[in-house]
Design a protein around this ligand. Structure first.
Ligand code: HAM
Length: 434
């Protein structure tokens, strides 16, 4: 039963059951629901409220927000035009959320907005383990404060999600980029240092030297890393106030017993950051081992046209990578929930009785299923087993005549005859007991 069509490379179907592909195992929908439920539970503890923005945004919003020369905007956008308008399938959610915040004057809700999201993002990257073209992020944006506690909260939250799910082996790196003016001065110094060595750089880094030199610091090439050891240190360009802010972030992380290393190369791949940046890595994922990343983006609102600055900080994490980490660590994830009640019905009259009863039980809040194919007793029992049913009700012409049915406990195998009048209450008792 196959068709000509397949899902696009770098995207995947989330089926009821876990499926194993050439690259990874994609957990079934019950595992996704479980992880999303735990994320929501942690978000509630932080008083965060959910925001859902459209998948489609104006291309210009992403270009301005994320930055024209970033990989995301220059190479990885799924963007298209219709008439005069440019549309993009969101590659991330921070710029859309800031757009929504400004558009709907969310500051009028009062205080700091703690907005969270869970949903798909799209980037035309080369697919590999942990890197897809459609992937899912969860994240939090704290908008309207410069307080270093907000930076600490956005670092703590993904760590708490890991703890909640039992993911271990995470490591945190943090940095401060200073103010945009510091970054600019640093950028110039870095270019001045690297230009005489341009011939030794990889093609990607040579391109970046023109477009986005700070990203060269992210290089994985050993020879470039060695070269960078003598490069000017970003930290020496960071202004006093940003240093003091960073010291506060560290003080709060210490107070919350969070371990970290300071990594002065951590510039991140999006242009909107100023001051704090951070990444949370998890062991065992191979090359794509960054589970969450984020930082402060005090200049984004003005970049998007706000007349006033709106200080903000946040993070996003990849749900696929979280699920991969859970798989690597052999964590037990829930599968399909068993059916409470399965009705085995034989004969037309019994099948009609079954439909009527099952409909009533469902309306009364119970979970009941039955066979829709009119199969044999044996096939129906097999189906009940496959569905892990706790209780099976067996009904045929004889039972209808008698006015009672057989109720079977699938764990113990015990059977009892139950009269129609007693059936609903008996089943209700059993559902409660399991
Ligand atoms: P990002 O580092 O681009 O940051 O993405 C955050 C996380 O999304 C990554 O750490 C990774 O887990 C996941 N991710 C990114 N690209 C892919 C992909 N192609 N396949 C699978 N997972 C992926 C941002 O998006 C910022 N908006 C984070 C932020 C929020 N900064 C401030 N607030």
């Amino acid at each position: 039963m196959s068709s000509t069509f397949k899902n696009i490379t770098g995207t995947f179907d989330i089926l009821p059951d876990t499926q194993t592909t050439a690259q990874d195992a994609v957990p079934g929908s019950p595992a996704w629901q479980y992880v999303e439920d735990r994320i929501r539970a942690v978000m509630r503890r932080y008083g965060a409220q959910e925001i859902r923005t459209p998948i489609l945004e104006q291309t210009e919003l992403v270009a301005r927000g994320v930055g024209q020369y970033t990989d995301i905007v220059s190479k990885e956008m799924f963007a298209f035009e219709r008439g005069e308008d440019g549309y993009v399938m969101r590659p991330e959610v921070t710029a859309p959320i800031m757009r929504a915040y400004l558009q709907h004057n969310l500051e009028q809700r009062g205080g700091v907005q703690r907005l969270y999201y869970i949903g798909p993002c799209f980037r035309a990257e080369r697919p590999q383990k942990g890197r897809y073209r459609q992937f899912h992020q969860f994240g939090l944006e704290l908008i309207g404060t410069e307080d270093a506690r907000a930076d600490a909260e956005s670092i703590l939250l993904p760590i708490d999600v890991c703890t909640e799910l039992g993911v271990t082996g995470t490591t945190l790196r943090i940095n401060s980029l200073g103010r945009p003016a510091d970054r600019k001065r640093y950028r110039d110094a870095l270019v001045e240092f690297l230009e005489p060595h341009a011939g030794e750089l990889s093609e990607t880094s040579r391109e970046r030297l023109e477009s986005n030199p700070l990203r060269i610091l992210d290089t994985k090439e050993e020879s470039e890393r060695r070269l960078l050891e003598d490069a000017p240190d970003l930290w020496t360009f960071v202004d006093e106030e940003s240093r003091a802010h960073f010291a506060e972030v560290r003080r709060h992380l210490d107070a919350a017993d969070v371990e970290y290393t300071v990594d002065s190369r951590l510039v991140r791949g999006l242009d909107y950051y100023s001051r704090t940046t951070f990444e949370l890595d998890v062991a065992g994922l191979g090359a794509q081992n960054t589970l969450a990343g984020g930082g402060r983006y005090d200049g984004l609102a003005e970049e998007l046209g706000s007349k006033r600055p709106v200080p903000a900080v946040g993070f996003a994490a990849g749900i696929e990578r979280l699920l991969l980490a859970l798989a690597v660590q052999d964590a037990a994830l829930p599968g399909i929930a068993p059916a409470d009640i399965f009705v085995v019905a034989l004969g037309d009259a019994a099948r009609d009785w079954c439909f009527e009863r099952v409909s009533a039980w469902r309306r009364a809040g119970m979970n009941a299923i039955y066979d829709l194919k009119g199969r044999s007793m044996k096939a129906q029992m097999r189906e009940a087993n496959r569905q892990n049913a706790d209780t099976v009700v067996i009904v045929g012409d004889n039972e209808l005549e008698r006015g009672s049915v057989v109720v079977k406990d699938m764990d113990s195998g015990d059977q009892q005859d139950v009269e129609f009048a007693e059936l609903e209450s008996t089943l209700r008792e059993r559902v409660r007991a399991t």
